[in-house]
Write a protein that binds this ligand. Structure first.
Ligand code: PMP
Length: 471
């Protein structure tokens, strides 16, 4: 017979699954550790058991005792599940913004849920921290694990998550990617892996609006990661880098994971995957990247997996509002301010580049190869140098002085791609169809497009008026 004595014995030993489609074109092997396989549905089953086992050993929790924790998230589920198995009373304190499905989930495991107001400061006697502390003091035999300070939270990952990844990758992992809430996951797993091989890169992932990556604390939508203070459970010493990812990118990737990989994961798994793909660009084919995917997507069906919710939060364009690069190029041509492409051929003389830059008052141009592809770039500094060195620009070919090509984006891509390229610092983006250059876009093209589309939305009676909108 093959069976487990309780459901708690099935915690851990989660599978590593290769990503195939969202990672297309990446050199390293990218593997996801899918923590939704835990019986409570998340990685938080691991620290829940470790924190309670240790409390029992130390005599802080005894039969008939009560577990109390301020949490609405995955730790609540882990604790409620454990309390059911071991016969403890479990009281979870949740802010009133928590979705009814989550409250019902905790109640399904037999936990008692105390709801407190969301809109009070952490120091108020009504806050969920204060209420949990008060209940712990008042109820005899009560124990509060307190995942944000309890060393057994990171220890759970040092003892289980880290060794599993080391064994499953046969010691070949070169990079770990994990989101940071309490920081327990990354600190415990990262410490174990670095002890095995100090060369392993440990990369933290953080939402915009969280202090871990140095942002100003502000609201964001992705759940389970990011903080507005530094919890004691995070060990920054073992983290090599922290990558910041927007809600929009996290949710878009989360949705791709289910549609393209068949992995129904939560938003923070999307965040970690976005970061992994960015890191993958800097790594080679022998690298092995492991992404921790903390939970599954069923808890988010009415949020990130709902088109309505995505649209009303601005994470998906409203119907009929998707803009493709092609639309922008067409509009730019129609405006007639400047020809669609001011460029030179690689075989042209540098003289021609100088004349075009003067005529249109621009300081750089794309260079197009003889077969129409995006071959390189030339700027005013290079042209000036030619003149300064007393070379004859009418005799010198552009190909002999040109620099690296500008980033290239296909006409049928969404405009977001162009925006992201500018955010990474390029002054210009080259637009192509079938790998042949069809246009060029600058930041000003994007800005005037955005102004015009906001203008249309306002004119149609949607959205709020924006100062300076060109109608
Ligand atoms: N993602 C989700 C969905 C979570 O619930 C958590 C736990 N808060 C995390 C990521 C981060 O894990 P940790 O607290 O170990 O940093």
């Amino acid at each position: 017979m093959q069976y487990y004595n309780t459901i708690l014995e099935t915690i851990g030993s989660t599978p590593l699954v290769k990503l195939n489609k969202v990672s297309a074109g990446c050199k390293p092997l990218i593997l996801a550790k899918v923590e939704a396989f835990n019986p409570g549905g998340s990685i938080k089953d691991r620290p829940s058991v470790q924190m309670i086992d240790e409390a029992e050993k130390q005599g802080l929790l005894a039969p008939g005792g009560t577990i109390i924790e301020p949490t609405s998230g995955n730790t609540g589920t882990g604790l409620a599940q454990l309390a059911a198995v071991r016969g403890y009373r479990c009281i979870l304190v949740c802010p009133d913004k928590v979705a009814p499905e989550k409250i019902n989930l905790l109640k399904a495991y037999g936990a008692e849920v105390v709801i407190v107001p969301t809109s009070v400061s952490a120091s108020s006697h009504e806050s969920y921290y204060s209420v949990a502390n008060k209940l712990t003091l008042e109820i005899p035999g009560a124990f509060q694990p307190n995942q944000f300070v309890n060393p057994n939270n990171p220890k759970a990952h040092y003892l289980t998550t880290g060794p599993e990844i080391w064994k499953q990758t046969d010691g070949k992992i070169t990079c770990l990617i994990a989101g940071m809430g309490t920081g327990g996951t990354i600190s415990g797993t990262g410490q174990y892996l670095k002890e095995k091989n100090p060369a392993i890169k440990v990369i933290g992932v953080d939402p915009e609006g969280s202090i871990y990556s140095g942002d100003m604390a502000q609201p964001y939508k992705v759940e389970g990661i990011g903080e507005d203070y530094l919890p004691r459970t995070v060990n920054l010493k073992i983290i090599d880098e922290i990558i910041r990812v927007s809600d929009k990118e996290s949710f878009a990737m989360g949705r791709r994971l289910s549609r393209e990989e068949g992995i129904l994961a939560g938003g923070s798994s999307g965040t970690a995957t976005v970061a992994a793909l960015r890191i993958a660009e800097t790594m080679g084919k022998d690298d092995v990247i492991v992404i921790l995917m903390p939970d599954g997507g069923r808890g988010y069906l009415s949020k990130m997996f709902s088109d309505d919710w995505m649209q009303s939060n601005g994470f998906l364009p409203a119907p009929g509002q998707t803009y493709y690069v092609k639309d922008l190029i067409e509009r730019k041509m129609a405006g007639g301010r400047i020809p669609g492409i001011v460029s030179v051929q690689s075989e042209d003389a540098v003289q021609k580049a100088i004349e075009l830059m003067e005529q249109y008052q621009i300081d750089q141009l794309p260079v197009i190869g003889s077969d129409g592809h995006n071959a390189g770039s030339i700027n005013d500094i290079v042209a000036m140098q030619v003149v300064f060195e007393r070379k004859d620009p009418s005799q010198l070919k552009v190909s002999s002085v040109m620099g690296r090509a500008f980033p290239q984006i296909a006409e049928n891509e969404e405009i977001d791609r162009v925006y992201r390229a500018f955010r990474l610092g390029t002054p210009l983006v080259v637009i192509t169809k079938d790998d042949k250059v069809t246009g060029v876009l600058t930041k000003y093209d994007i800005m005037s497009h955005m102004r015009e589309s906001v203008g249309r939305t306002v004119a149609a009676g949607k959205g709020s008026p924006v100062a300076g909108v060109r109608k």
